[in-house]
Design a protein around this ligand. Sequence first.
Ligand code: ADP
Length: 642
Amino acid sequence: MTDTLDEPIYKTDALIAEDIDQYLEVHQHKTMLRFITCGSVDDGKSTLIGRLLYDSKMIFEDQLAALEADSKRVGTQGQEIDFALLVDGLAAEREQGITIDVAYRFFATEKRKFIVADTPGHEQYTRNMVTGASTADLAVILIDARKGVLTQTRRHSYLAHLIGIRNIVLAINKMDLVDYDQAVYDGIVKDYTDFAHSIGIKAFTAMPISGFKGDNITGPSANTPWYKGPALIEHLETVEVDQVSDQLKPFRMAVQWVNRPNLDFRGFSGQIATGTVRKGDAIRVLPSGKTSTVSRIVTLDSDLDEAVAGQSVTLCFTDEVDCSRGDVIAASDNPPQAADQFEATIVWMADEEMLPGRPYWLKIGTQTVTATIQQPKYQVNVNTMEHLAAKTLELNAIGVANLSTDRQIVFEPYETNRTSPNKVLGGFILIDKITNATVAAGMLHFSLRRAQNVHWQATDVTREFHAGLKNQKPAVLWFTGLSGAGKSTIANLVEKKLARMNRHTFLLDGDNVRHGLNKDLGFTDADRVENIRRVGEVAKLMTDAGLIVITAFISPFRAEREMVRQMMQPGEFIEVHIDTPLADAEARDVKGLYRKARSGELKNFTGIDSPYEAPEDPEIRIDTTAMTAEEAAEAIIARLIP
Ligand code: ADP
């Protein structure tokens, strides 16, 4: 192994152990490059990163000793040091020889500092790749010279490009194993060029390397005299990133919190994402669109006349404008847009497939809203770049779909926004409302014009007027429970009793809805979600008409019941859990459905091969093993009309 690095770097890096403050001071004024390495399993990513760290002297002596011992034990490289062991931190991974999470490493050379995200090559770990790529300026796509361009090469290149990385290095690795043959190298470069052009990658830098032997890592290798380009570290040290400085872009700051310690002070705190703000600047608050003028720029130390991208400040205005957490303060003459319907690219990262119509949390910068996604327009085949028809998106799928949010969000198309430090206004994540797991990452393309055209028609005969005419308070009694629990039986009794009390009611159940409005829907998870969404919307219209609505649907998922609750006025939604143990409902088997489900004749049957998520905190819980249907109906009415 040759050491081409000069002595001073070694000294600098020895500082890290002795005097961390001085070390940081030395490094502070260097530029920083963030990059990711990606490729297939066994392409040599970990070895390469280990090599970069080693050659830039970032390994401590004691780590090195441990590494030598480990290499002898589990390493795959005989007596030589196995650099992959440096990076594959976890013991379990070592034994299996795979890497399963994003590992960030820091190293530095004389010219630059680097943060490298090592992302695993297994197909199921797309999410790690997305995580690593979202902050990277450059991607090193590794190829095993013996294998050439693989599915993973294409997938990772496509993702890197999609996420907006414009600097791609094609590192054709393991050249030592193909005898440094130029023909092999040229063949792979040609294959990759064809693919890269097909997905819109305009330029990339290819280089023949061996992470294991050290060829073309820090300097030119004698083994590849035919290669005239830069060595990997040279390239990483000199490549230009971030064409447009964030400070030159229009001013934007997402409000993290409203700072109001007393009646005399009101300021809006956050980190400036892009641009510059000065005292006296005209600003606009979005989505409201209200304008004002900056009166003070407050920081912990003192007031400033001017602040730039990256700084955390508190802004005060000359007027009392409404502005809360999640709002965006922007240059008045060049503001971002606000909308509630979008087209977006979505990278699905959860084991459970995407459910069109289901409400998810959408987080974009400091804004968190509820979003529902429509059926995808298409899914992308990452091998061929073909657009495929899709009803949903499964783990690792990448697709394009329209989505709508429950209120306006401030946004900018991902493309124009991508280089800002926290990419506040273009990239988003989707979070499952029940499990709180991140299920997807996405990029907003543009708002749908439509959103601007749909306005609520203000009607003169209001919902209050309708309810007043009927002399009642509208409500939704939402029955949920297993098939055969007793929902229809009890709902029917409740409606009869209410009718006798001169109440205006309507009973929505599976029969009158599934045969008409929802006859196009089946019983897959996605169809169940859409079924409930439509029932919710109909129930909502009926409450607007002043009715007491009773619904009797299994409605197995918490997320959709919660969605319907959110549609209604506060207090109008009454969740009634008809709680009958599966064994009892199955024993009743009124419609013979359980028998069919058990024999496999009937698929996706709730309780058998499709889940039922019981309410955690329903307004009313009816235990049908403890009371008759008649008693249950009385109890419900007593709760509704005290
Ligand atoms: P679901 O609408 O929930 O599928 P159904 O109301 O159609 O259920 O069927 C429930 C069955 O259970 C009916 O045959 C009903 O007579 C019987 N049953 C027995 N005990 C009760 C009870 N306490 N409450 C409601 N139904 C009961």
